[in-house]
Each structure stands twice: as C-alpha cells, then as structure tokens.
Ligand binder design. Sequence first.
Ligand SMILES: Nc1nc2c(ncn2[C@@H]2O[C@H](COP(=O)(O)OP(=O)(O)OP(=O)(O)O)[C@@H](O)[C@H]2O)c(=O)[nH]1
Ligand SMILES: [Mg+2]
Length: 421
Amino acid sequence: MTVAAYCRQNAGKDRSFSGVSDETNGIRRGARASDINVLMPQGSYSPEHKSGAGHQQSFESMPEESALRATDEVIENNIPISIPTLNATFIPIPSLPNQQTRKANATFVMLVREKDLHGARSAVRQVEDRFNRHYQYPYVFLNDEPFTNGFMESMRTMSKSEMIFGLIPKEHWGYPDWISQEKAAEARRTMRKIIYGSSESYRHMCRYQSGFLVQHVAMLQFDYYWRIEPDVQYSCDIEFDPFLYMQDNNKKYGFTISLYEYPETIRSLWNATKEFMATFPHLLAKESALDFISTDGGNTYNYCHFWTNFEIVDARWMRGEAFQQYFQHLDRAGGFFYERWGDAPVHSIAAALLLSLDEIHFFREIGYFHLPFHNCPAEPKLQAKCHCDPALNARDKASRAKYCGNLGALGLVGFASEDEP
Ligand SMILES: Nc1nc2c(ncn2[C@@H]2O[C@H](COP(=O)(O)OP(=O)(O)OP(=O)(O)O)[C@@H](O)[C@H]2O)c(=O)[nH]1
Ligand SMILES: [Mg+2]
C-alpha cells in the first residue's frame, strides 16, 4: 500500500502513521505532505506562517483533500525573505527572518513514549526558541505504541511547524527469528548490574535507533534528520542552519559530544565489526576516521563514540548500501539482544569506517545538554549567545573530562557558522 493510500484509508480512524510499507526496506523518496498530513490536528492550525500574508484559512474549515493540497503548496513555495546582517558582538536577540529563503529537505526526529510528554515539549520548545522558529523544519515523532490525540495536540502547541506522528511497525520492534529469546532473557539477567542491562525495551530502542529509524515510512521523504530527545537542552542561539551546513559542505554525520562507551555492553561489537570489514572491504572509506575509534590501527576499539542523543545525519547515507550492510551484519550477530549494543557505538563506528573524515562534523558552537553532559562553546563571542557554563564541558560530577577522541588532531574542530570567534 502506498503512503497516500494508507493515510486516506485510515483518515479519521487512526491518526498514527504506521511505518508498514511495501517499500520499507528500500530507499524511497517523495512521500508528500499530502500523504501524511492526515495526522494534522482538527484544531485551528493555520498555514499562514508558511505561506505569508493573505493565506488565512484555517485547516479546520477546509475539506481534507484541499487542506492536504494547500499544505503541499505552502511547503513547496517558500516565500523569499531577505536576511539582515547579523551583529554577533552584542547579546540581544538576533533579528533573523521569520523564514529563511533556502532550506534543506530535513526534519527533527524524536523517539518518544507518552509518559515523556513534558520532557518532549520542553525539548521542542528549546529547539524552537533557539533555532527553529526562524526555520520551521518539521518534526517526526515515533513510538512503538500509538500516540493518543491528547499527546499529539499537546505537542502541537509547541510549534507552528508540521508535526508527523508515526507508529513503529512490529517487525522493527521485536525479536527477529534468528534470535533466541531464552538466550536474550539470560543476558538481561546476567547484565542486571549494568546500566539498562536488564531492560528489554532499551534493547529494542537501541536496535531501532541503530538502523530502522531512517527506514520508517515517515522518514523516507527526508534527506537529513536531527535527533532530539525528551529533556535535552539547547543553551545557545543557533544563528545558522546546521542542515544547510551539512548539505553545502557534504557532511554526513554531525555531533556535539563524544564519550567512552561502557565496555561491558559491547563485548563482541568490535569482533563483529572486524568480520564485517573482512567481508565487505569495498564498503570501507579510504580516508576514514578510523583513528577516532582505534588507537592501534583497527586492532581494538577504544570505546570512543559520538553521543547519538544529538546527531545530525544524512539519512540517505544511512539508508544506503554500506550502512545498511553493516547494520544487518550486526543485527545477525545478535549483540543488540545478547549484549546491549547501543546505537551510539554502532552509528559512531559506522561513521568512522564508512565515511571520509571530512564528512564528519563537530558542531562545536551548538550549546547542548543531555543529562549529565554538556557541550558549551567557550569562545567569548559564542558564549554571548549561550546560558551554559563552559567549565562543565562533558565532565562528570567529579569534574573528570569525559570527552574522547583527539578531535583537534583529527581535524574535527571547526566552526559551521559564518560568525567565527
Ligand atoms: N517509544 C519509545 N521510545 C523510547 C523507549 N525507550 C527509549 N525511548 C526513546 O529513545 C531515546 C533514548 O532513550 P533514553 O531513555 O533517553 O536512553 P539514554 O539516552 O541512553 O538514557 P538516559 O540517560 O536515561 O537518557 C529517547 O528519545 C526516548 O524517548 C521505548 O520503549 N519506546
Ligand atoms: Mg536520553
């Protein structure tokens, strides 16, 4: 069934968006707003902010089909607005335009449970205040349970941007037939003293974020995604478009914090990776970032990873052959269930081996906090737009530095904004 047919068939019945599709495993583009906006609220959402003055009609009063067409129309016809010169040496709120002229084909994405409503609203609010109110990129929310109307309506009060709510298909959130559930249960028992070691849902979540998220039918239309999580904080004004930076500079993976993984959660991940490297040498990048993840030329993994609760990713790369071969290889090896492989080491190893070093970017100027670690730019000119303490940069309670990887030596320390300190 096509996306459009699914949505129309289910219009008014189920406002969640199932990822089940004939094309789930392929690289399919072109799902349009009219395919998915059946999920829009019956409330008074107005497309005025996207279409400019004069487009006042509320979606509530429009028949569904014409409302869907109108959404396509306003998304496709960006209204050009001139961009004023920024003066970054003073603190007042910058005078960015309501909508910038050029945008990437990109979305925010959050995997979320309804119990995390307030944390999710908080994260979206901060993303809006610090960045997206000027850009109006859409949001995709995904859940393994259907979203309720109450949750969707409450989220929608946080932003005028389009919000898409998707249901994760069962085949992406369950046990594949090659996994022994008894062995998986035994692993959870023996790992109960490790963080999330006894959790079954955490394992499904990590596996999902590792390789299936980009394949959700609501994600297929987007070239880039920016992952957010409930309760994360954005502590600096972001006065440039990180999506466009990625696009214009051929970046495929962007991060803000790098940390060491708990070794006991990934005992056999590097061995599985070495098998992959031996089987698919043609998929490995020539100028890779191997030195970020290994200090002995690839013999062992140094546990260094990008903290994936923030990541900006070229989703086309992640849906592509090299990444998906790697993900499938790991999935077959069983470590998502028999150990507790996280999406952070999986994405990081994939980026380090399959991308060129210059396709990876450290978004140093994006002030970001996920308990308990910060990324806070220390440069005075950037600090002026932040409310974070650079002394807390990726340190634990005992003030030990937790960063890993010699980012400077690897050439990963740059600035994306034009407004360099
Ligand atoms: N729908 C759904 N989302 C989940 C589930 N478990 C986790 N998530 C989401 O997956 C992301 C990562 O989960 P977290 O619990 O934050 O995991 P973490 O960041 O490793 O650990 P914390 O330190 O607790 O934040 C978040 O966006 C969660 O909202 C789940 O069972 N269902
Ligand atoms: Mg988290």
